[in-house]
Each structure stands twice: as C-alpha cells, then as structure tokens.
Design a protein. Structure first.
Ligand SMILES: [Zn+2]
Length: 171
C-alpha cells in the first residue's frame, strides 16, 4: 500500500454511498475517502473471524490505518479470568506500537454476537483513551460499520470530548 497521505479529500467517493443519508451528520465523513473506509472495514471484518470470545460470544474486529500506509488488524481476546481481556481496537494499537508505529489516521471497527455483524459497534471508553494517547483527536477518524456499504465516521474528539491526553501533561 502507498504511504498514507494526510489528505482526506481524495480519492472520490464510490458511487451509491450516501453516507450522510445514513444519519451521520459528522463533518468527518467528508474528510476520509469512501475507498479507504471500505478497505479498512473489509480488513476489520476479516479480523473479526480471529476473535477469541468464548465467554461473551461478542466478536469484534478492528483495522487500524497508520500514517505510513500500514493497516494493522486486531480482534478481541477474552480470558477465563475476565479482566485480562483485551479489545480488538487495543490489540491493533498495541500490535502497531510494539512494531514501532505510533502515528495513525483512522480505525474501522465491526462487531456483534457469534461472529455476526447486526449493528454498529462503537469502541469502549478504555479504547477511546488509548486512541487519545497516540492520535490527534481532531484528525483521527473512527469508522464504525455494519458492512462496507453502511458505516459512520467520527473524529476521536467527537466520541471523546475533552479527552485527557499527553498534552495535558505537557507532552
Ligand atoms: Zn475497548
């Protein structure tokens, strides 16, 4: 994949995808391309198949786009002791950071019961906080999807208002 350009106007949206018609009035939908959203959703759907969730039976997949063009996927991984459980989004972030990648542009998330996708699956508060550590809340896009044709796009700032991040500690 090409290096990801920090330009959310290109390429043009694929025909037949009226994102705002699905109730999303966020201005973010105009700043990341439909093509990129679809690619990330496709990868998130594949990642969901790797989900290990024998307790909740709630399977989640995520695909994280780094600014260098890499796409890092993740799934939720549960544990018999429950608290060691990790979300799909954080799995993707921690995989990336452990490989030396720290700059990100967007993440797509899909999830549902028993490896299905029936509705939108928004990231939990803990994952939003992890995003806040590595991403510009005004420029990082969170894509929640039911399919490649049905998705919503938000900035991190929209789903984590007044988030606490490195800047609060002068970093
Ligand atoms: Zn989470």
């Amino acid at each position: 994949m090409e290096e990801y350009k920090d330009n959310f106007d290109l390429p043009a949206k694929a025909p037949g995808t009226a994102l705002k018609g699905q109730g999303n009035t966020s201005p973010a939908v105009d700043r990341i391309s439909d093509l990129m959203c679809r690619e990330l959703i496709n990868r998130a759907i594949k990642a969901q198949k790797m989900s290990y969730a024998p307790y909740s039976h709630w399977n989640v997949g995520a695909a994280l786009l780094a600014k260098n063009g890499n796409i890092i996927t993740g799934c939720n991984i549960e544990n018999a002791a429950y608290t060691p459980t990790n979300c799909a989004e954080r799995t993707a972030f921690f995989k990336a950071v452990s490989e030396g990648i720290r700059e990100f542009a967007a993440i797509a998330i899909v999830g549902g019961p028993d490896y299905t996708i029936k509705d939108y699956c928004a990231p939990c508060g803990v994952c939003r906080q992890v995003m806040m550590e590595f991403c510009d809340p005004k420029k990082f896009y969170v894509i929640i999807a039911k399919s490649e044709d049905a998705y919503l796009v938000y900035t991190l700032e929209e789903i984590l208002p007044m988030g606490f991040g490195p800047k609060n500690l002068g970093k």
